[in-house]
Design a protein around this ligand. Structure first.
Ligand code: SPV
Ligand code: MG
Length: 551
């Protein structure tokens, strides 16, 4: 059955039907509490109650209708399904009159069992019923034989022998005497009812205590002390009552609280006075089991990009921009009205990459791009890219990108990188003619030069160098400052960072040195060739060019 974060049922735990039967037959006084929807059911369970009363009054009220069978029985059962899904304790449904005759009762019992409801209580009134506390003494009672037939039909149709059918005697509510109540209870008991509810609208418990005395434990006896609430609970215990139903107190608590809060906010037009008085949003998430879903996503949703993480290296000032970067780092320079970093983050978010860590250094406090987590490299003035990357190591994941913060590119580059197989993948521009030759480009030497016929073939990175040509030949393009790591690749990265950190020159190392080290250690880095459509911002001219790089 669908469960969110409710405790796992151990095989030794009795079924919900058996649990309810256990409460009814328990030698000690037991209690169940009203609930009217999923969240209130969960709250009742967390408070420690062993069972739930799905009150007709309360479920109707939460729908905003009267307790007169205005909500259809299927609407009631639908709500009960939510209540049952989120709890492990049994639910006893207040089934009014069974919503019809014996046949409706049969169908009700079957449907309740299918939804994990442990029992139903039916009252000997006529459909459509009225709440017992509204002109109770004018309410006609059901024909005894007809009501007994309904009990029998319910018992005959239940599949689980522990499902309980509780018969509620309304004689005292309707102005009849004790003997009529006892006569009816006896016949309902003989018809197969698993327990009797004796209901009273008096503010003293005298009627139910007399009934309990005469009933003398012939079957489990249940009471609903809404009106005689001031009676000490020990009185019920001594009278041999089996189960107390606190019948409507969750809906009343909710209503009182909502009324007070609504009035307050409406009057004062601010939330300031109430924020500390109400449940936090976090608490709502907890009750809903939000954590469990996040865990489940990790287990079951690994093909999506939801867990791809981006690490953006953004610690440098960008000296070449002179005064423009006096009060902010390069990544916060505005382009078309928004910071460079915002452009980058938007690209990530477009591909559902929402876990974005920015490693900041120079003027880190000015980096305020929503949707990012900022980590500081406090030593940014004396360290390089690898030291910045190491600052974010605690948040590395098994599916991550490492990207320079001053990159602008068309979305397809990122999409193709995400789709590209390989434990580590580097993006290389094979056109070499990127309009900008500013900065200090990193040239990539690869196992195969780019060629349209390469489509789908594996290409390995051999080396990254500042030189366009080395003794091993001509470079195959420019590494654009973008790497992807999968789980194995991430382990290689962790290991390489650990090893490089012991070197005296660690603080001067950049990403190209990391790539070269990984390759030297025999860790393959795949190449994704692109042809232009990207830019790294190294000069004012680049900023101008960036305008041309349309989405
Ligand atoms: C209910 O909770 O809906 C009940 C109990 O039937 S009472 O309202 O006391 O009748
Ligand atoms: Mg009711």
């Amino acid at each position: 059955m669908y469960q969110i974060s409710a405790p796992v049922v151990t095989s030794s735990k009795p079924s919900k039907c058996a649990q309810l039967r256990g409460l009814l037959e328990s030698p000690q006084l037991e209690f169940i509490m009203e609930a009217h929807n999923g969240i209130s059911a969960r709250i009742v369970e967390e408070a420690g109650f062993k069972g739930i009363w799905a009150s007709g009054l309360a479920v109707s009220a939460q729908y905003g209708v009267r307790d007169n069978n205005e909500a259809s029985w299927t609407q009631i059962v639908e709500m009960l399904e939510f209540m049952s899904d989120i709890t492990q304790i049994p639910i006893l449904l207040d089934g009014d009159t069974g919503y019809g005759n014996f046949n409706n009762m049969r169908r009700l019992v079957r449907k309740l069992e299918q939804r994990g409801i442990a029992g139903v209580c039916i009252e000997d009134k006529l459909f459509p019923k009225t709440n017992s506390f509204i002109n109770g003494d004018r309410q006609p009672l059901a024909d005894i034989d007809e009501f007994c037939g309904k009990i029998k039909a319910g018992k005959d149709s239940q599949q689980d022998p522990d499902f309980s059918i509780v018969a509620r005697v309304e004689a005292l509510i309707a102005g009849w005497d004790l003997s009529e109540a006892l006569r009816r209870a006896e016949l309902y008991h003989n018809a197969g009812a698993d327990a009797i509810v004796i209901h009273s609208k008096l503010s003293r418990p005298d009627q139910v205590l007399e009934f309990a005395k005469e009933w003398a434990g012939r079957s489990a006896l249940v009471i609903i002390p809404t009106k005689y609430y001031s009676t000490p609970t020990d009185v019920f215990r001594k009278a041999g009552i089996s189960l107390v139903i606190w019948a409507n107190h969750m809906i009343r608590a909710a209503v009182a609280s909502m009324q007070a809060i609504a009035r307050e906010v409406h009057t004062n037009e601010t939330l300031i006075n109430i924020e500390d008085e109400i449940a936090s949003v976090k608490e709502i998430f907890r009750l809903q089991g939000a954590d469990e879903l996040q865990e489940a996503e990790k287990r079951y949703f690994t093909n999506g990009r939801q867990h791809t993480q981006a690490i953006v290296l953004a610690a440098t000032r960008g000296q070449e921009f002179a005064g423009l970067t006096q009060d902010k780092p390069k990544v916060m320079l505005p382009l078309g009205g928004k910071p460079l970093l915002r452009h980058l983050v938007d690209k990530f978010k477009k591909l559902a990459i929402n876990d974005i860590t920015v490693v900041a250094g120079y003027k880190a406090e000015t980096i305020n791009v929503p949707g990012t987590k900022v980590i500081r490299n406090l030593e940014y003035e004396t360290t390089g890219e690898l030291a910045s990357l190491a600052c974010s190591q605690a948040s590395f994941s098994d599916d991550m990108l490492v990207v320079y913060g001053d990159l602008l590119f068309r979305s397809y580059i990122l999409r193709d990188l995400l789709d590209c197989p390989g434990e580590i993948v580097a993006v290389v521009d094979s056109t070499m003619n990127s309009k900008s030759v500013s900065g200090s480009p990193d040239y990539a030497y690869c196992s195969i030069t780019d060629d349209l016929s390469l489509f789908g073939q594996d290409v390995n990175l051999l080396h990254i160098s500042k030189a366009t040509q080395t003794e091993s030949g001509q470079s195959c393009g420019r590494w654009i400052g973008m790497l992807k790591f999968r789980s194995q690749g991430r382990q290689w990265l962790d290991q390489a960072l650990g090893e490089l950190q012991t070197r005296p020159d660690f603080n001067s190392l950049g990403m190209p040195e990391l790539c070269n080290y990984l390759i030297e250690q025999g860790k393959p880095i795949k190449v994704l060739y692109i042809r232009g459509n990207w830019l790294d911002i190294n000069s004012l001219d680049d900023l101008d060019l960036a305008f041309q790089l349309k989405k």
